[in-house]
Write a protein that binds this ligand. Structure first.
Ligand SMILES: NC(=O)c1ccc[n+]([C@@H]2O[C@H](COP(=O)([O-])OP(=O)(O)OC[C@H]3O[C@@H](n4cnc5c(N)ncnc54)[C@H](OP(=O)(O)O)[C@@H]3O)[C@@H](O)[C@H]2O)c1
Ligand SMILES: Nc1nc(=O)c(N)c(NC[C@H](O)[C@H](O)[C@H](O)COP(=O)(O)O)[nH]1
Length: 220
């Protein structure tokens, strides 16, 4: 499986405010670039923190791209995937609507009644890990379901864990021309943080987009 991470940060590396309120960092051209990334993916992954904060749809916005996917025998929208150890996703979350398939990655600690409610809401549940979702095992199950290209759109806790597990192949970051600040604001990669061995990246491209810049990396 090819795992591509994409996110937008402020110049000071923040994904959103300290209140975790969604900030429109990307401009029109960058959101269009994200839409292309989604159209090229089999599935789009976020953490439950992003679902609770943003209630995202995670579908392909451009109709032409959905038509193109259908013409190629693929579903109009990539599947949505939520990493949600304890099944905290609200049953009426937008990412559970009928526009695309939705996988819920849970751990063995998820309360059965919540899992059942989300199954009834249409989610396909994958259990991996005891307390927290074991991403490597869950992604292997997703690959067995036919997901060959996965786009991960955050947030910071999830992105850190994907790097920590050595699962990331590509990273693209839109750096917008604003400062969000805040020691408690989420950043591109939160979690425990690396102390000695840092994931090494190869800078593949730099492009000015909207009023910011897109940095593209291959992960060694
Ligand atoms: N600017 C951007 O591009 C962008 C993109 C995405 C999000 N955001 C912003 O980022 C914020 C959300 O980020 P976040 O870091 O709080 O949340 P997140 O990364 O979306 O979700 C984190 C949660 O995912 C669950 N999870 C399950 N398995 C995990 C694993 N193996 N590793 C890590 N997490 C796992 C954990 O909850 P459980 O333990 O309960 O499962 C964890 O608390 C929001 O404010 C949103 O607006 C911005
Ligand atoms: N590329 C990007 N630029 C931003 O300025 C921003 N705030 C996000 N945030 C990512 C987060 O995952 C959002 O929740 C989804 O971008 C919402 O996705 P929908 O439009 O509902 O499909 N992503």
């Amino acid at each position: 499986m090819e795992v591509v991470v994409n996110a937008a940060t402020s110049v000071d590396g923040k994904l959103s405010t300290r209140e975790r309120r969604q900030v429109r960092i990307s401009g029109e051209a960058d959101f269009d670039r994200v839409d292309r990334l989604r159209a090229a993916a089999d599935a789009v992954l976020v953490g439950v923190g992003t679902v609770l904060a943003d209630d995202p749809h995670l579908g392909v916005k451009a109709e032409q791209r959905r038509v193109e996917r259908l013409r190629n025998g693929r579903p109009a929208n990539p599947a949505r995937v939520v990493a949600d150890s304890r099944a905290r996703t609200p049953p009426d979350a937008t990412c559970l609507n009928d526009d695309a398939e939705t996988y819920l990655l849970v751990s063995a600690a998820a309360p059965e009644d919540r899992v059942e409610r989300l199954r009834e809401a249409g989610a396909t549940v994958i259990e991996a890990g005891a307390e927290r979702v074991d991403l490597a095992a869950a992604l292997a199950d997703l690959e067995a379901e036919g997901v060959a290209r996965l786009l991960a759109e955050g947030g910071g806790e999830l992105i850190y864990s994907l790097f920590e597990a050595g699962l990331v192949d590509e990273l693209s970051v839109f750096v917008g021309s604003l400062v969000i600040g805040g020691r408690d604001a989420p950043t591109l990669a939160d979690g425990e943080g690396f102390v000695e061995e840092f994931p090494s990246l190869e800078l593949a491209a730099v492009e000015r987009v909207d009023d910011g810049v897109v940095l593209e990396y291959r992960v060694d």
